[in-house]
Design a protein around this ligand. Structure first.
Ligand SMILES: Cc1cc2nc3c(=O)[nH]c(=O)nc-3n(C[C@H](O)[C@H](O)[C@H](O)COP(=O)(O)O)c2cc1C
Length: 206
């Protein structure tokens, strides 16, 4: 009986120490070289795209992955409960209606942005603004003391006024200079895009 109890005790000790090892390893993996915890939260859409045809991976998603790789950041995709239409024009109609009504479409899941020091927020330019789903995400969190860095894909409008909108929505955050890349370039010229992402990250001191 005594031998069995000692064996159980040893097994428990072994299991808990290896778990602790895993979690501290995970913690370290989420930090970049400056010791900051980085989150790359993005919204992106697949399906019919006016400029690049039918896409399986969204243009913003491609850039989000590049940023996460460069910064050792954690990726999080903002997905709406109700998916947007695959058809491009139907999607622009839904997005326009959501913008006009200042909607906050519910998201499937959330992540504790509060646990990170630096949060990259990525989105496609929709009607000169962020998709309303991005506001749904932002308004759930406390941004005080955080560094927020926007990035967007577009087909000519760039970031529009989104840096200003982020300043107003992420209260107490320091908003750094954002990156705007044409969606068609992100989708079709990925090596060129990777270089642009890399030099922007260096420029903003990462
Ligand atoms: C609903 C909707 C509205 C859009 N509005 C604009 C716009 O105002 N200005 C612009 O440059 N591009 C606009 N676009 C093009 C997207 O910003 C561009 O294709 C982007 O790369 C899509 O990113 P994603 O694949 O990550 O969703 C719009 C696209 C959609 C679907």
């Amino acid at each position: 009986m005594k031998i069995i109890s000692i064996a159980i005790l040893l097994m428990t000790l072994f299991t808990s120490s290896s778990c602790a090892g895993n979690s501290s390893k995970k913690e370290i993996q989420q930090q970049n070289q400056n010791g900051k915890k980085v989150l790359v939260a993005y919204f992106s859409r697949t399906g019919e795209n006016y400029a690049v045809g039918n896409i399986k991976k969204g243009n913003t998603h491609i850039i989000a992955e590049m940023i996460a790789k460069e910064t050792n950041g954690k990726l999080f995709e903002m997905k709406t409960v109700k998916p947007y239409p695959q058809d491009y024009h139907a999607c622009t109609d839904v997005a326009k209606q959501e913008k006009e009504s200042n909607a906050r479409p519910p998201l499937q899941a959330d992540i504790a942005a509060e646990d990170y020091d630096v949060i990259f927020i990525g989105f496609p330019n929709w009607w000169g603004d962020m998709p309303m789903a991005v506001y749904s995400f932002i308004e759930k969190h406390d941004w005080k003391g955080k560094t927020v860095i926007p990035f967007c894909t577009h087909e000519g409008s760039g970031l529009s006024g989104t840096e200003k909108s982020l300043k107003a929505s992420c209260k107490g955050a320091n908003i750094l200079q954002g990156l705007a890349i044409k969606g068609s370039v992100a989708q079709n010229s990925q090596e060129h895009t990777r270089k642009s992402v890399s030099s922007w990250i260096k420029k903003i001191n990462f």
